[in-house]
Design a protein. Sequence first.
Length: 332
Amino acid sequence: MHSEPEDDDLLDATGEGGPTLTATIAFEATGKRFDQALAELFPDYSRTRLAEWIKSGQALLDGLPCRPRDPVRGGQTVSVTAVAGAQTAAQPEAIELAIAHQDADVLVIDKPAGLVVHPGAGNPRGTLLNALLHHDPALAEVPRAGIVHRLDKDTSGLLVVARTLRAHAALVEQLAQRQIHRQYAALAMGPMIAGGTVDAPIGRHPTERVRMAVVRNGRDAITHYRVRERFRAHTLVECRLETGRTHQIRVHMAHIKHPLVGDPLYSRLANPRGAGPELVEALRGFRRQALHAEKLAFTHPASGATVTVEAPLPADMQALLAALRADAAAHA
């Protein structure tokens, strides 16, 4: 079964070759860490990528490799073999995209459920990345065609794509600093009284490798949620990610005993007592996790303005909610 990071698990890739960048350390930077000085000299690249170049020996100080924490002195020469942006042998494909926002620096895509974001085992073609390369061939020069965070295959909704190296560096940094607002609508099983926060580390399930789980040695994961609408045996919640781990919302909601409707990994089909045939059929026919990335807000990498984009619930979730409302009305 294909498994992808639900939202961020920050993507930042390096490739082969590229130009050599050179610069001189300013005397005012004396005493700073090598990685800090490098970030100031080359702001077009993310700190994550610069750190990788330091560790791989592609970033040199006076011709010698250094550790990220090594101090620098004014007048030293920095040379970096910068990695070219082209990372993939993926081919452009004419796949329709729903573009929620577009300018010279960024795209925001409203991804439908069922579309894999990035090529991987079992999904070499037909992905969002293939579609992006067809929409804008220049994205071949940006790491992962500009994709800096992902949505799981069967999660619908918004994700942001960088169209330039500068935009890519800025968005990667915003994700790393948890500065991108990511809001989801999720339909959970069971009645919920109030919202709250789940702060529980997530890692690979100890025995079932396609699943994630709350585990003691997992990566920190924080999800905030609030109740938006209650039904007889379900609750529509609004979730906000503070971190972005693989299947984070799905795992956290299951952890608090409110798994998402339709989730093939973390829930089982259960019909409310007294449910009519219309609701039974609607629940049985909903064959994906009921999760939609409905809102993104970030700082524009060029203008510095706040960009806020929203996407309405897709038709399948709207139809399911309509069936739940009808059921609630019938039992009022």
